[in-house]
Design a protein around this ligand. Sequence first.
Ligand code: HEM
Ligand code: MTE
Ligand code: MO
Length: 467
Amino acid sequence: QESPRRYTREEVKSHSSPETGVWVTLGCEVFDITEFVDIHPGGASKLMLAAGGPLEPFWALYAVHNQPHVREILAQYKIGELSPDDKAPSILKTSDPYADDPIRHSALKVNTQRPFNAEPPPELLTENYITPNPIFFTRNHLPVPNVDPDTYRLNVVGPPGGQSLCLSLDDLYQFPKHEITVTLQCAGNRRSEMTQFKEVRGLEWSLGAISTARWAGARLCDVLAQAGYQLCETEAHVCFEGLDSDPTGTAYGASIPLARAMDPEAEVLLAYEMNGQPLPRDHGFPVRVVVPGVVGARHVKWLGKVSVEPEESFSHWQRRDYKGFSPSVDWDTVDFDSAPSIQELPIQSAITQPKEGETIGSGEVTVKGYAWSGGGRAVVRVDVSLDGGLTWQVAELEGEEQRARKAWAWRLWHLQAPLPAGIKELNIVCKAVDESYNVQPDTVAPIWNLRGVLNNAWHRVHVHVTP
Ligand code: HEM
Ligand code: MTE
Ligand code: MO
């Protein structure tokens, strides 16, 4: 019997396009699936996500592949095996502060590896109403702390005359468990479109810095009440500190107004579960804050400390970042104290299918996307145009109904429309309306800001139609 041909991971990786041929691995076996791409029952674009690398992380998401007939198809394309000495990427130097970061899903589009910032590709983002944990977007400012759940303590600083709490995980489990579906969006979502208009400083997020999960935990208002806090007339803020810190020992921090924290209807959580699992490390294990309807930056992960202060958090991310400015303000003139910190986010929507530049078939088009608004404002309508905004059609909203004023999670939507014969291209546009009748601006120009936050301009996708 002949010994199998050997390949390195590097060689496999260099075969990740139709031009070079498409190779994938399963275990130590290597497959050339170039011929199969266009006949894959799940579509070519999904399959191409795994091009040049292992299938396992994708098949873990799509269990449909754990069947004998799927393995038989794959077996036909086997060309060899991985070299036995080509081990998985070797362990990093211990001096690297990121050496202990968790292993991530390979479908994520990585913006920066250290710290880790990544988003799911559009074709996976709206596949499910609930985003699977492994592809939930990740926004880290620092290395991921490795927290021992047994020794973990949450320090809740009490009011004068009240009591400070030092809560173990078991202590937190004693509070009534509250579970809600909440969409989290980074203020920088869709920043890359702002950059195209005029340069901004920040991570190049596409449209995937947004995801939805079911979160479960103790309500912050219950924990604060136990520490002896009451709603007070004077302005106050609940400040959060993460257990992640920079080399100077400064922790990630942020704050929200006490009024929101104490309002049971606002449903602010100290979450310890995400989609029925303990929080993954990237998303704040063992405890994070979830502030429904509010910008991602306030959902502090790896929560170490909660305190109530007369002023907002002094953290860089509360005071010197995550604020919006006029298009006229630049880095020479910006006065960060002149603008409020972003809390509730504006109405947002985006198209996840088809993709920019794609060529689609004639006859009919299916457009898919998401829509969400901050502050619990429900999405009442999504309008879609196929001609750059000249004429509009109303999309069909999918999934769970939203509660008025407590619409914490997004709506997915779709539009199926016939295409006129002979049409060569489409300028697809979407815009959503929330229950306060807030709308999205038609272009980036009037909302451009130096940090590239709060982009909710109409989302536009240009596609070609096959004759
Ligand atoms: C469905 C094969 C890679 C996503 C299927 C089915 C087969 C198949 C035979 C139909 C299964 C059935 O209904 O019984 C393969 C092979 C692959 C591959 C041989 C690798 C060479 C992938 C990858 C992804 C993916 C990498 C995702 C990133 C899907 C999806 C479906 C599917 C979403 C379900 C489609 C539907 O139910 O409408 N695949 N697949 N596949 N595949 Fe794959
Ligand atoms: N909490 C800590 N401790 N450290 C962080 O870097 N990033 C914030 C927030 N909480 C961050 C944090 C930002 S800017 C966002 S958008 C969300 O976490 C992202 O949450 P996710 O990574 O679970 O998607
Ligand atoms: Mo963020």
